[in-house]
Design a protein around this ligand. Structure first.
Ligand SMILES: Cc1cc2nc3c(=O)[nH]c(=O)nc-3n(C[C@H](O)[C@H](O)[C@H](O)COP(=O)(O)OP(=O)(O)OC[C@H]3O[C@@H](n4cnc5c(N)ncnc54)[C@H](O)[C@@H]3O)c2cc1C
Length: 479
């Protein structure tokens, strides 16, 4: 292994393999480092490829446009027409993502790695990245342990951090105003899921739908998060829940319970009336697992001197749905392209890498602070208000717009305000109006993402002010 590269991509997951492939295709000398052995590429932790595995087709189309890469079965395991969010009382449902697929994640990751290798990236499996090499406030490489457990230092002009949510690189950057080192625990979801084969007790599309992914909003079952039932090929299902730790704690205190993520997951499976006789599908030891997802806006800047981040390392998942596959793929592609451009321009400083911030903002990132606002609002509603609100506050169209980060005018619902029943519902509606206003403001602020690092500090303080007010107004209130 040569110890000097143009680019090191740390992490061969969704974001990393794509970034490495694109940078190598652009003529760069690229190392792609990952702790897994090759046959387990993309495995997130010892718990496996822990994920709901659902991705919208739009994202796959974007990757095809950028790289020519196409996917088919078995990587695309099951087609779905859309994703339904269902109210706690099962009386209302909103469609909130279009057509897509539930992936066979290990197979999908193998395809991405194949692309990286074919494009010329030098893949180094079983390399544990331990931290960045920092020289004069520039990231100039990484250090870690090789397969032989030897300490290694590898240098590069640019390091792309694609290590996922527990990244050892972003967390060890020098103190700086661009990329945060920590994520607030309230902005994390603790998640867990099973993959089960099962017998169908009876048809009920509120609990299992062969053609749609289902999301159950329910603050008792999944406080501060949601439960999901995503169909896989045959009689197989990816089923799990995500919770916000603080909401779970409040719920337990109020109900006098001691539930954990694990006990809630089991309860969620047990109380699904359609799923009978579940048997763990444990191929690749991937049947059961836990991991975290950040549900905030992505890091305000995705670049530092000599450093770029893509995917979960930068908190990119959608703050409402926790869908992170799409933004990871988008960011992986854009990071690879921008690494090529900056190295050709011989400027890998924050300024030289800045265009990546603009590209990601334009393609995906500009809506996430607004979506985070809506997520924080949702976490302040108990089941009764959720039931009432989903029936009364928003039309299906308005809800769909919100889920895409667009901000509806709320004309229809606003006219009905005087007919709303119950103090908590009226408060919740006023809060929705407040949240929607803030979403609009944040979308405008993100529409003016700074063209260079010069105006970043002032822009960032506007974001912090708006989100600070949202967090101040809405507190988790699951029960
Ligand atoms: C339970 C759960 C359900 C989810 N459901 C969905 C869903 O249905 N749809 C969706 O779009 N998103 C979902 N997500 C989010 C999605 O899985 C992630 O957004 C996505 O995997 C991010 O890809 P990534 O490449 O950024 O990081 P990762 O997939 O985490 O990949 C990181 C890679 O880096 C490697 N690595 C990490 N640390 C080191 C180290 N120190 N040294 C060397 N290698 C290292 C890992 O082994 C891995 O290969 C879910 C997440 C969870 C936890």
């Amino acid at each position: 292994m040569s110890e000097q590269y143009d680019v090191i991509v740390a992490g061969a997951g969704m974001a990393g393999s794509l970034a490495a492939g694109i940078a190598a295709k652009g003529g760069l000398n690229v190392a792609l480092l990952d702790r897994n052995p090759e046959e387990q590429v993309g495995k997130k932790t010892n718990w496996g490829w822990v994920c709901g595995d659902a991705v919208a087709n739009d994202h796959l189309r974007f990757i095809k446009e950028q790289t020519g890469l196409t996917f088919s079965y078995p990587a695309l395991d099951q087609h779905v027409d859309g994703v339904y969010a269902i109210s706690p009382d099962l009386q209302s449902k909103y469609i909130f993502e279009g057509e897509g697929f539930v992936l066979n994640r290990p197979e999908f990751e193998k395809k991405l790695l194949e692309f990286a290798k074919k494009s010329g990236a030098h893949y180094v499996p079983q390399f544990e990245v331990e931290g960045p090499i920092i020289e004069n406030n520039f990231v100039t490489g990484v250090f870690g342990k090789s397969k032989a457990m030897e300490h290694k230092e590898i240098k590069a002009k640019v390091v792309i951090d694609a290590l996922g949510v527990a990244t050892q690189l972003r967390r060890k950057l020098p103190e700086n105003q661009y990329v945060d080192k920590d994520v607030d625990v309230d902005d994390l979801e603790s998640t867990g899921r099973y993959i089960y084969d099962f017998d169908l007790d009876h048809e009920d599309p509120m609990f299992f739908d062969r053609n749609n992914a289902l999301i159950h909003l329910n603050q008792e079952i999944a406080p501060g998060g949601y439960g999901w039932v995503f169909p896989k090929k045959g009689m197989r299902v990816n089923i799990g829940i995500g919770v916000q730790k603080r909401s779970l704690q409040i719920r337990n205190e109020k109900l006098g319970k001691k539930d954990t993520l694990h006990s809630l997951m089991d309860e969620y499976v047990r109380t699904n009336p359609v799923i009978k006789n579940p048997r763990l599908f444990n191929a690749d030891n991937n049947g059961k697992g836990y991991w975290s997802v950040a549900v905030r806006h992505q890091m305000e800047s995705l670049v530092y001197n000599g450093y770029m981040g893509a995917g979960d390392s930068m908190a990119m998942p959608n703050p409402i749905s926790a869908g992170g596959i799409g933004p990871s793929l988008v960011a992986g592609a854009l990071a690879g392209q921008n690494a090529v451009r900056s190295i050709q321009n011989k400027d890998v400083s924050i300024s030289g890498l800045w265009q990546y911030n603009l590209d990601f903002n334009e393609k995906y990132g500009k809506k996430t602070a607004g979506l985070e606002t809506f997520r924080i609002y949702l976490q302040s509603l108990n089941n009764d208000v959720l039931n009432y609100g989903m029936k009364t506050f928003l039309t299906a169209e308005e809800a769909e717009q919100l889920s895409y980060g667009l901000v509806p005018e709320l004309h229809l619902a606003a006219q009905f305000k005087k007919f709303l029943k119950g103090v908590s519902n009226i408060n919740a509606f006023s809060n929705l109006v407040f949240a929607v206003r803030k979403m609009k403001k944040l979308n405008v602020i993100y529409g003016k993402y700074p063209a260079s690092p010069d105006n970043f500090a002032a822009w960032r303080s506007m974001v912090s002010k708006e989100l600070g007010e949202v967090k101040e107004r809405f507190k988790p209130n699951p029960i």
